[in-house]
Write a protein that binds this ligand. Structure first.
Ligand SMILES: [Zn+2]
Length: 327
């Protein structure tokens, strides 16, 4: 290329480059939609919550859950039940938990026996949590993780404030923080009916249960967003309680659509917990394990719009209760 035309080529290239910067600049100056609201996706009852003990079913569940979360580039957090991690043929529970960690997802402690602190003496509950801690600590070490978060089964944090504080004292002394819940969709009420339909090969029934679950999730997410705004006067970062079940593994794309439609953006648990709302006291003792918006509402003498809270379809929850009376 002759010198003159090389120079004009450079000039042309510089002009193109400059105008593309201007274009990018103009695009980024464009007023954007309301900022996305953070939501941490937490999955309880790892390795897998299922009424179906079949090893292949559980392996497929974990594989699909991981694949779905990766497909959407979602961070996620898993709370493991020590006793379930140790169970299953050929260390199945351990292997599934390892797959979760190898996929880049962190793990927290969800006790050994999945007991309720409201119905268990505190010393027994501490010993049970410590047993899970010892197992998880060993399994997490090769992945460069240590247990730092605890999730109470049934969200039961103690029938009295004295019990609650005693257990929280143990948690703090062992480097744990409590993972609260500010959004949930009763997936455990749908999950047994879905597992059962797949187990019996009734695919039409399974899909009907799944569709009802997705519809229900859309309605409760709307409710929780409105409740958060009503209680706090702003949109908080949410912590969403889900379970590591096939129903969720098969519904990640639908959940993603619901998040998009609600302007929710999945973030890590640690990031969601940086919202100052989680520094509020949750010193509320009740027979029922409440999520945290309800606790804060009680403490602030405010009422959430519970009359508008949707119920899961009764035929599905009745069937799940029959299939899994312990939940
Ligand atoms: Zn649980």
């Amino acid at each position: 290329m002759p010198t003159a035309s090389r120079r004009s080529f450079r000039r042309l290239a510089a002009t193109v480059l400059a105008s593309s910067f201007l274009l990018v600049g103009a695009l980024s100056l464009k007023p954007c939609r309301a900022e996305a609201e953070p939501v941490a996706l937490t999955f309880d009852d790892l390795p897998v919550m299922s009424i179906n003990d079949d090893a292949d079913y559980q392996r497929t569940t974990m594989a699909r859950l991981i694949k779905g979360l990766h497909r959407h580039h979602y961070p996620a957090f898993g709370f493991a039940i020590g006793g379930d991690v140790e169970s299953g043929p050929d260390h199945l529970g351990e292997r599934l938990l390892n797959e979760w960690m190898e996929a880049g997802f962190p793990v927290g402690n969800h006790t050994w026996s999945h007991n309720s602190l409201n119905k268990t003496p505190v010393e027994t509950y501490i010993a049970d949590t410590a047993r899970a801690d010892a197992l998880l600590r060993g399994l997490m070490r090769p992945h460069g993780q240590t247990p730092q978060w605890f999730r109470h089964p049934y969200l039961d944090t103690g029938a009295t404030l004295e019990d609650k504080h005693r257990f929280e004292g143990w948690l703090k002394a062992h480097g744990y923080r409590v993972a609260p819940v500010t959004m949930e969709n009763s997936d455990w009420e749908f999950s047994p009916a879905y597992d059962q339909a797949l187990k019996t090969g009734d695919l039409a029934k399974a899909e009907a249960v799944r569709r009802a679950y997705v519809r229900y999730t859309a309605s409760v997410v709307t409710w929780y967003r409105a409740a958060g705004l009503q209680l706090l006067g702003r949109r908080p970062a949410y912590v969403f309680l889900l379970h590591a079940c096939r129903l969720n593994a098969d519904s990640i794309d639908d959940l993603a659509r619901i998040f998009r439609e609600n302007g929710l953006k999945p973030v890590s648990l640690a990031k969601a917990m940086r919202d100052p709302v989680y520094r509020r006291s949750d010193d509320w003792a009740d027979a029922d394990g409440d999520e945290w918006l309800t606790r804060w509402a009680h403490l602030a003498h405010k009422k959430l719009d519970w009359d508008k809270f949707p119920d899961p379809p009764s035929d599905i929850s009745d069937e799940s209760d029959r299939l899994d009376p312990n939940e």
